[in-house]
Design a protein around this ligand. Structure first.
Ligand code: BT5
Length: 324
């Protein structure tokens, strides 16, 4: 059940320029005016800046940078993405919560976020380090009306969204390493984990997990991945607002997704290839059957890697060990 505090914030957050009188708040919330006043004092303690004017009432001037359902909602400029937000200070994995919520019927566009994950996971159950308050650990529930075999396109779409957000809002240059890594200066700064529940010809839901290192210093990055992982802070020498980055990602994602449903994959492909790491270069490929060198030439409709072999033939690869 929504707490009185959250309802109070919701009321105040509806219109940031309008004052709401203590009387009106007390009537709406069914609490006394002195209880309203106590809530205001507590909000201020938590970093909310509240203005109270005796003849007008209260309004919120700014939210704390700390993540919560309310602080994320405030100023988020999307229409469906983030219509429902679940935030946890600490959780094993936002993917686990998102699966549960999706199975219980949570709507398209629900997001789950955590300050910290204690067993964040990558693909094939690999470990994903998610240190407290240093990055974005987020899962998005989607209910796309596309055929299940096209779901990998959503991973590629998400990668272009992350790359665009980094490109437009920082001084560093992102690259996408097929299929799901965002690199800065050849080191991984974000990863994507797409999981799906589907029947043969219909998707029930897709969960897009996004892990993005934002404010870690070099020392914050676990020793075992230091040679291949980085953060925006390490690469740009700047700290970034995690809340603002979440907003930027959600707003860019909504635009890209809506456009993808109307215009299809070609636009995503074009953007992806603009950021594609080693496109046009020779890469070393090991499959179950052989090992060979080929030119990385782009991505296919179904998310496969396209390589041009020595004889000029284009080959599609779905899973292979690649030495980049
Ligand atoms: C990924 O897997 O890159 C997908 C990561 C998805 C994480 C998000 S966070 C929110 C949601 N909840 C979850 O539990 N997961 C999702 P993969 O391509 O398999 O890469 C995993 C590998 O990246 C590991 O084996 C490490 O080598 C490396 N790695 C682990 N943590 C990292 C980090 N924080 N930054 C960069 N590299 C990391």
């Amino acid at each position: 059940m929504e707490s009185t505090r959250n309802k109070l914030i919701d009321l105040l957050a509806k219109d940031k320029d309008t004052y709401i009188s203590g009387q009106m708040l007390s009537e709406h919330l069914g609490i006394s005016r002195s209880a309203v006043w106590k809530h205001m004092k507590n909000l201020e303690k938590d970093g909310y800046q509240i203005e109270g004017k005796s003849n007008k009432g209260y309004r919120i001037i700014s939210f704390p940078d700390k993540l919560s359902e309310n602080t994320i909602k405030w100023g988020l400029n999307t229409s469906w993405l983030g219509s429902k937000i679940i935030h946890k200070e600490s959780t094993p994995s936002t993917q686990v919560i998102a699966h549960q919520l999706a199975q219980e019927g949570s709507p398209h566009g629900t997001i789950v976020l955590a300050d910290e994950q204690t067993s964040g996971r990558g693909r094939l159950n690999r470990e994903w380090f998610s240190s407290k308050g240093k990055g974005i650990w987020m899962s998005i529930i989607l209910r796309p009306e596309i055929l299940p075999y096209l779901a990998p396109q959503l991973t590629l779409l998400t990668a272009t969204v992350l790359a665009e957000v980094v490109q437009k809002n920082t001084t560093v240059t992102p690259m996408i390493k097929w299929p799901n890594d965002i690199l800065i200066n050849k080191k991984k700064t974000a990863g994507i984990l797409t999981e799906m529940q589907a029947e043969q010809d219909q998707i029930q839901y897709v969960i897009i997990g996004i892990g993005m290192n934002i404010n870690q210093t070099k020392e914050d990055i676990p020793i075992e991945i230091q040679s291949k992982a980085t953060s925006l802070r390490v690469e740009s020498s700047e700290k970034h607002s995690i809340k603002q980055f979440i907003h930027l990602i959600l707003e860019e994602f909504e635009k890209a997704y809506d456009s993808y449903l109307i215009n299809g994959f070609p636009e995503v492909k074009k953007k992806w290839e603009r950021y594609g790491f080693k496109i046009g270069e020779s890469i070393s490929i090991t499959t179950l059957r052989d090992q060979f060198q080929a030119i990385f030439s782009g991505i296919a409709e179904d998310g496969a890697l396209l390589v041009k072999q020595k004889d000029g033939e284009i080959k599609k690869l779905y899973s292979a060990e690649i030495e980049w």
